[in-house]
Design a protein around this ligand. Structure first.
Ligand code: GLN
Length: 312
């Protein structure tokens, strides 16, 4: 893909968008009431290269909440702030094969299995919260903005919607407090988690953020270092094995790039040293992944030969 001219890449992006567009399968997330209010038909696709090009099609500038895609970035930030050993004391790196909101911990350690499911991400939020206190949200927002190369903000209505209805996640936070994966204030940890999930992005932003990860932490356009190299390597590893929840195995087989999805309808993919990919389509499949986004990634991986184990 690095050899494709920006012009050639733009044609592929438009072609893939057109091919995936008719897929109207899936349903809006409605367990967060505000998410049921979005327009179901939006569909954006964007690809950003590590040399600074951006190609896009459809609703690539339509805003939506990042939701679980933030889990990858929050993990990256926690690794950098606290070091791998400390983070591993609180959350593991094994794929659970469970749904994103499963209430299940590794029986040997009492830790969440990995940082890409809710339990693990709430434990990570607890670590960042304990480290940065009142500055925690601004710290995360600043790093995500550096990755995107523009100032991001939070969707207040989505935040409040989840903060008033998210009893399952609040319950998980308190269970984590009981098992020791959270050692500080469980309510503050889950509040940070809700805020970070409500950060607003577009497919184009996600592509740029992915290109920053692909560029081992440095934004290719601004040159600003958003994340540390070691943290990026670990984050991409965990995205590869755990980023698509209980679809992670199928995804690795067919698409073969580290990725992370969110119930806001976004999917972020990273082709190491080459590309960031962002899709937005809010209808979700039964596993909570964007149905049309998955379709677009399949097409794009095939078209551009993105799979990490492709022979060429
Ligand atoms: N904020 C959402 C939740 O915790 C994120 C879930 C997701 O995107 N899969 O339920």
């Amino acid at each position: 893909a690095s050899e494709a001219s920006a012009y050639g890449l733009q044609a592929v992006v438009e072609e893939v968008h057109a091919r995936a567009l008719p897929d109207g399968s899936g349903h809006l997330a409605d367990y967060i009431p505000e998410l049921a209010q979005v327009s179901p038909d939006a569909f954006g696709l964007a690809v950003a290269t590590t040399d600074g090009h951006l190609c896009s099609a459809g609703d690539a500038d339509a805003p939506f909440t990042i939701q679980s895609i933030s889990k990858a970035f929050a993990y990256c930030i926690a690794l950098e702030l606290l070091g791998r050993d400390k983070v591993l004391e609180h959350v593991g790196v094994e794929p659970s094969g469970d749904a994103f909101n499963a209430i299940v911990f590794d029986p040997a350690t009492n830790r969440p299995y990995n940082p890409m499911v809710n339990a693990g991400a709430i434990a990570v939020a607890g670590l960042i919260q304990a480290h940065a206190g009142a500055e925690a949200f601004d710290l995360v927002l600043d790093r995500l903005s550096a990755a995107a190369g523009r100032p991001l903000d939070m969707d207040d209505a989505v935040y409040r919607s989840e903060a008033t209805t998210g009893h399952r996640n609040k319950g998980i936070a308190h269970l984590l407090r009981a098992t020791g994966a959270i050692r500080g204030d469980a309510d503050a940890a889950v509040d940070l988690y809700f805020r970070v999930c409500a950060i607003r992005v577009t497919a184009a932003n996600l592509a740029r953020m992915g290109a920053t990860l692909a560029n081992i932490g440095e934004n290719p356009v601004t040159g600003r270092a958003a994340f540390a190299v070691d943290a990026v390597r670990a984050t991409l590893s965990v995205m590869f094995t755990c980023g698509m929840y209980d679809y992670a195995g199928n995804w690795a087989l067919d698409v073969g790039v580290p990725a992370k999805s969110g119930v806001g309808g976004g999917i972020l993919g990273v082709v190491n040293r080459q590309l960031g990919i962002g899709t937005f389509s809010p209808r979700l499949d039964a596993k909570g992944n964007s149905a049309r986004g998955i379709r677009a990634f399949h097409e794009l991986a095939e078209e551009l030969g993105l799979h990490v184990f492709d022979p060429t």
